[in-house]
Design a protein around this ligand. Structure first.
Ligand SMILES: [Zn+2]
Length: 260
């Protein structure tokens, strides 16, 4: 063996690498790796992104995926942001709900998962609702968890904001996800065509400028002239009626036509 130019015996490093290789090759089947050490035992993991307009049922799908995964004996961690219920949980309009961890822009998702592992919990997959609000960095952290720690990630989010522009988190997920799927549940515009885009409605009129994120309900339109009518709400429209700013012939609300 030759000493390295900096004086340290070069062979030590090689020995370490060889030992790692030997560990991988000779690993006894009953030796279960520590949770954080899964990178040495590659298993396919995926970053999957489901997206659609408001009211497309994405939170319901998120809870369904969680249910399917947990039935296979896998352990998940549910994450959300700015959930409409105000509590850290994933809730759907059909009444399903599950406790979730609330993220903010400063959360390092990798540390969140490692903390769970350190506390002795398994995390085999993540369910990330409201994924449109993720920062670029957080989407990259999710990708790292998939590639380096073999955690499956299922992210669910809105495609576009009220200006019909992709949300930042959605854009980064389009760029990095292994699989991107438009949620197939049909939301109809008031005209009957598939609803693709979210309109922000203030005081009964569609607006195209303002903050990207204003949390509001997507319920039926309030009666004109009431205080509720001046509040912000959202309505799903087809591309043509989004472009025209047409909210429908009546104040009956999204998806409803007047019967008189
Ligand atoms: Zn329409």
């Amino acid at each position: 063996m030759t000493p390295s130019p900096v004086g340290a015996p070069a062979r030590d490093l090689d020995d370490d690498l060889d030992d790692d290789l030997a560990d991988d090759l000779l690993l006894a089947p009953d030796r279960v790796p520590a949770s954080g050490d899964r990178r040495r035992h590659p298993a396919p993991a995926h970053l999957v992104f489901f997206h659609g307009p408001m009211d497309c049922g994405k939170s319901t799908l998120a809870l369904q995926v969680d249910h399917n995964q947990s039935r296979q004996g896998r352990h998940g961690l549910l994450l959300t942001q700015g959930d409409r219920s105000g509590d850290p949980q994933i809730s759907s309009r059909v009444g399903l709900r599950r406790a979730a961890v609330e993220l903010d822009a400063g959360t390092d998702v990798r540390l969140l998962v490692r903390d769970r592992w350190a506390a002795g919990h398994r995390v085999d997959y993540l369910i990330v609702d409201e994924a449109q609000f993720l920062t670029d960095g957080q989407v990259e952290q999710l990708a790292e968890l998939v590639d380096e720690s073999h955690v499956d990630v299922y992210a669910f989010g809105l495609t576009t904001d009220f200006r019909a522009r992709m949300f930042p988190g959605t854009r980064r997920l389009f760029e990095l996800a292994d699989d991107v799927q438009r949620i197939q549940v049909e939301v109809l515009c008031w005209c009957g065509l598939p609803g693709l885009l979210n309109a922000r409605v203030v005081g009964g009129a569609m607006v195209r400028e303002g903050e990207t994120v204003v949390v509001a309900d997507t319920g039926p339109a309030p009666v004109a002239g009431t205080p509720e009518a001046a509040a912000v709400r959202y309505q799903v429209l087809c591309r043509r009626h989004h472009a025209r700013g047409q909210l429908g012939p009546t104040p009956a609300g999204p998806g409803q036509l007047a019967l008189r």
